[in-house]
Design a protein around this ligand. Structure first.
Ligand code: NDP
Length: 312
């Protein structure tokens, strides 16, 4: 089978690692890199990462699209995406645990007030700030899928009261579950901190906005590890100004890389990281990619297929 790596963003080192892992496991895999794709009719598998629009329709024998990103919005946005071709995403245990690490670190940075103690240290001030007890520091997770539910369970095990919000009802031991638009404000009403782990869809775009921030207790914290377009950036800046939001930790942005003149870089109460919350190991992805290719070739059911209508 011939596979094509189709990416719009130059992630040289990450892609080189993935290619090497794939070649190590399957030396005879015919793996090409866009735009050097050879004859379009030879391409049967596309490995997609923010793929350029309109390209996939050129491959008449395409059988499978494998998303290299957990979120598939960059694939579904293509108006010429060929119909009926299954799209799968890759789920890696280590990537999931990286997300747990990132979110836990940011939660503790805020809840244990490390971020404020750092400022005190810079001015050589020995001061106690009132403690924020984990047992009353309610955390709300938006999106209770693979990542959100794992993060929720780990934080609950650390004594935090955890709430989760999803599209459909869930029952997760130790987590208070909410679902749907009707329960959103009720879900938010007690959250001292929210974590966005939603996929980007027409329903979730802009969900981190003034209305959402206003439904939180005053001085709440925000961690956005979903997608940049979940956040209405101007609304966050005014919520930080008014004190409705105390601090924000952002890993994802409307425009990536974040432009040099973006106000987020220098905002005193925003932490910026360059979309690194959970990258995942190339070797695990290589195994999953080869498994997906084998399933497709042998006509076996595909794992982690996405639902185009749902958008994730
Ligand atoms: P999943 O598809 O497993 O889960 C998505 C969750 O979001 C589900 O619980 C789903 O509800 C919920 N959801 C979707 N639409 C709505 C809606 N309209 N209202 C309420 N809930 C909704 O995704 P993952 O957990 O694997 O990943 C989540 C996102 O995290 C990815 O799409 C990506 O954007 C981001 N991500 C970021 C990374 C980073 O490094 N910053 C790395 C990896 C992922 P239901 O269960 O009812 O279907």
């Amino acid at each position: 089978m011939t596979a094509l790596l189709l990416a719009n963003i130059d992630l040289e080192e990450l892609f080189a690692q993935l290619m090497a892992e794939l070649k190590k496991r399957k030396p005879n895999l015919d793996l090409r890199i866009w735009p050097e794709c050879g004859k379009p009719e030879e391409i049967e598998i596309v490995l997609a990462w923010c793929p350029p629009l309109g390209v996939m329709q050129r491959f008449p024998n395409l059988k499978l699209i494998i998303s290299l990103g957990t979120g598939v919005e960059g694939i579904l946005v293509d108006p010429d995406l060929p119909d009926g071709i299954p799209i799968v995403r890759l789920i890696s245990e280590n990537q999931t645990l990286e997300m747990v690490e990132y979110v836990t670190f940011a939660v503790l940075l805020f809840q244990r007030r490390f971020i404020e103690y750092q400022a005190l240290q810079r001015s050589r001030r020995w001061e106690y700030l009132p403690a924020q007890d984990a047992r009353s520091f309610t955390i709300g997770i938006l999106g209770m899928g693979n990542l959100g539910s794992t993060v929720a369970k780990k934080l609950a095990a650390m004594r935090f009261p955890v709430r989760g919000w999803s599209r459909t009802p869930k029952a997760i031991p130790g987590v208070e579950c909410f679902h749907g638009h009707e329960q959103f404000k009720l879900f938010l009403s007690k959250c001292r901190l929210i974590v966005c782990l939603l996929p980007l869809t027409p329903e979730t775009q802009g969900i981190l906005c003034h209305e959402t921030f206003s439904a939180l207790p005053t001085g709440a914290y925000l961690i956005n590890v979903g997608r940049g377009k979940h956040l209405v950036e101007a609304d966050l800046l005014s919520a930080l100004d008014s004190g409705q939001i105390a601090w924000a930790c952002l890993d994802v942005f409307h425009q990536e890389p974040l432009p040099k003149d973006d106000p987020f870089w220098s905002h005193p109460r925003i932490i910026v990281t360059p979309h690194i919350a959970a990258i995942g190991p190339a070797e695990e992805f290589a195994v999953s990619i080869l498994d997906a290719i084998n399933c497709s070739r042998e006509g076996r059911p595909l794992k982690n297929a996405i639902d185009r209508n749902r958008g994730y």
